[in-house]
Design a protein around this ligand. Structure first.
Ligand code: NAD
Ligand code: IPM
Ligand code: MN
Length: 354
């Protein structure tokens, strides 16, 4: 029996509520399969932990996490703790320490999912974002000079390294080649005259190794417009850290909402554990009410199975989500239902059990 050692960081707000359902689904899958099981280790890290201990995770947190096959994360952020502290000292430090330089975010309209675009058909919205996840606008380089003085200055640098750009762009080309999809690079070379000119150059350079892959390049402003007006242009998309963050919330909006958007933070070399999470935040506006949509977490559970080589189960989970959506009986309020978070998780598990 294979054992997958999983670190659980449920975090804040709706994080624990939605993650519980993802774990329910994964345990159901393991039980059905019989060939593997999950061993869950829970870490109480997050904003409550911060308020008690003055830090977001244990001092040896990163060292401890190294021993796991993967990390399953809920959400981080609570009103009592500044966001730049809570996110930098937990989510972002894990992405960076474990060189999870690929953030893989599907933007796919499942059968039965609501879509606000009036003419869009299901097959028109089927893309996957490869977001750079280790540097760029999120490098954390800068300074705050003359704080509080009239001549106060802040500097936030974007850091784009050759290695950093090449590896994520190459990953995207490989994915496009494997799946016989087009590849679109989204950048902003007209205004960001160093970083994005460099990005565009590397996109072309690496592309020479992939003459079989059809490519497109778009400026980020036009790309956001086309995602709404003509989403079928996009198949595999590669972009920088910040652009990927913003465009994938837009992607969520056109493919069922925040309650349905998942993401995998991958260290493709598997030198370090990868991390799986819904892309939404801790949603303080609905936390504690038991109405958060767990489908994004459940979708990321399917990404975990793909990553472990259990792709058949990954597909079955997506199929179960689709069935739940088309039946339309057990849905949370964000997508027009009245069911609770745990009812949705149990319904998905029940479909898989059948
Ligand atoms: P958010 O994603 O938490 O919420 C945005 C909106 O979407 C809210 O109206 C919320 O109710 C709704 N929503 C989100 N997830 C939902 C779900 N599963 N079901 C139903 N509705 C859902 O973004 P925000 O409000 O900008 O941020 C709240 C906090 O979360 C902040 O502290 C922020 O820094 C943090 N954050 C964390 C992560 C993360 O941990 N990965 C991601 C984004 C934001
Ligand atoms: C996401 C989140 C994070 C990001 C924040 C919370 C730092 O918005 O995962 O999309 O910007 O990467
Ligand atoms: Mn985001």
């Amino acid at each position: 029996m294979k054992i997958y050692k999983m670190a659980v960081i449920a975090g804040d707000g709706i994080g624990p509520e939605v993650l519980r359902e993802g774990i329910k689904v994964l345990d159901t899958v393991a039980e059905k399969d019989g060939g593997f099981r999950f061993e869950w280790t829970y870490f109480p890290w997050g904003c409550e932990y911060y308020l008690k201990h003055g830090r977001m995770m244990a001092e040896d947190g990163i060292e401890t996490l190294k021993g796991f096959d993967a990390i399953y994360l809920g959400a981080v952020g609570a009103p009592g703790v500044p966001d730049h502290i809570s996110l930098w000292d937990l989510l972002l430090v894990i992405r960076k320490s474990f060189d999870q330089y690929v953030n893989l975010r599907p933007v796919k309209l499942l059968r039965g999912a609501p879509c606000p675009l009036k003419d869009a058909k299901r097959e028109d919205i089927d893309m996957v974002f490869v977001r750079e996840n280790s540097e760029g606008e999120y490098a954390g380089s800068g300074s705050w000079l003359y704080k509080g003085k009239p001549n106060e200055v802040v500097i936030q640098n974007g850091v784009f390294s050759r290695v950093g750009c090449e590896r994520v762009i190459r990953y995207a080309y490989e994915l496009a080649r494997r799946d016989r999809k087009t590849l679109t690079s989204v950048s902003k070379g007209n205004a960001l005259n160093y970083s994005m000119v460099f990005w565009d150059q590397i996109f072309k350079e690496v592309g020479k190794e992939y003459p079989d892959v059809e490519t497109h390049s778009l400026l980020v402003d036009a790309a956001s417009m086309f995602m709404v007006k003509d989403p079928k242009r996009f198949q595999v998309v590669v972009t920088s850290n910040l652009f990927g963050d913003i465009l994938t919330d837009l992607g969520a909006a056109i493919s069922g909402g925040m309650g349905l958007a998942a993401g995998a933070n991958l260290n493709p070399e598997r030198k370090y554990p990868s991390m799986f999470e819904p892309i939404h935040g801790s949603a303080p506006d609905i936390a504690g009410k038991g109405i958060a949509d767990p489908l994004a977490s459940i979708w990321s559970a399917s990404q975990i199975l793909d990553f472990f080589g259990e792709e058949e189960w990954g597909k079955k989970i997506l199929g179960a989500i689709e069935q739940l959506l088309t039946e339309g009986k057990t849905l949370t309020p964000d997508i027009g239902g009245t069911a609770s978070t745990s009812e949705v998780g149990s319904a998905v598990a029940e479909i898989l059990r059948r």
